[in-house]
Design a protein. Structure first.
Length: 257
């Protein structure tokens, strides 16, 4: 009798394991702008509460570099870009599998542990004690492009150009200022309000949006995602009230001009 019971228990466990494997959600890989690091981590946690079997990997970097990789058939399922222009270009090339959706408006800030940029605002960059100013590489990082635009708007670019140090993306730019490799930096508000940067004890000043092109940020399903239920589910989740609240918490406003 014990052998019979053991047989049925073993059979049941094998059946349940097979059922779990069969029903496990397919894996997806997301290419996400570096400013989304903390918000995306929270979004995935929230999504997995409703979808425990979801298998989601995220690669963070500059939107311009991701655009180039997707053009070269990189196996990403969803692309979150800090600049809506990149998803638009991919759609024009027939490399997408859905509608382009905006997930928020990004904002740039001056952030420093060395000084309080709220006192002199943009003129803080002219302080003699400021020798290195970190911005993201404007050649492929939307936040870097907006940083240059803001510096030019306030007629500061020519005055501080020799002080500029460039991060590969906005996340590396933030590392420069938190580690002291730069005295001050122009970084994403979404990073400035993150627990990691809050713990560094720095202060930030929000650079007025009038000084730069709107940072409209968007996401899109890519052709690699076709037939992948996890990709479709997560894509739809981003427009839910829960996801919008998370994005708003990390500084991604839903307004448009």
């Amino acid at each position: 009798m014990k052998k019979i019971k053991a047989f049925f228990v073993t059979t049941a466990l094998i059946t349940l394991s097979a059922f779990a494997i069969f029903h496990q959600s397919p894996k997806i890989t997301i290419a996400a702008a570096a400013d989304l690091k903390f918000a995306m981590d929270s979004l995935i946690i929230a999504y997995k509460v409703q979808n425990p079997g979801a298998d989601i990997d995220v690669v963070y970097g500059s939107s311009g570099k991701f655009y180039e990789q997707i053009n070269s058939d990189a196996p990403f399922d969803i692309f979150f870009s800090a600049d809506i222009d990149y998803p638009n270009k991919l759609k024009d090339k027939g490399l997408t599998a859905g509608d382009i959706k905006t997930y928020g408006i990004g904002q740039i800030v001056l952030w420093s542990k060395k000084t309080d940029p709220n006192k002199e605002q943009m003129n803080t960059l002219l302080d003699a004690d400021i020798s290195k100013i970190a911005i993201a590489n404007p050649d492929h990082a939307p936040y870097g492009k907006r940083a240059v635009e803001a510096l030019q708007y306030y007629k500061l670019y020519d005055k501080v150009q020799t002080k500029l140090v460039f991060g590969e993306n906005i996340s590396q730019t933030a590392q420069f200022v938190t580690t002291g490799a730069a005295d001050i930096g122009i970084v994403a508000l979404s990073l400035a309000v993150s627990p990691t940067m809050k713990n560094e004890g720095g202060k930030y000043y929000i650079i007025p949006e009038k000084s730069h092109t709107l940072l409209e940020q968007a996401y899109i399903l890519l052709k690699h995602s076709i037939g992948n239920s996890t990709a479709t589910g997560f894509y739809n989740f981003i427009s839910s009230p829960a996801a919008i609240n998370i994005l708003a918490y990390y500084g991604f406003s839903q307004k448009t001009k």
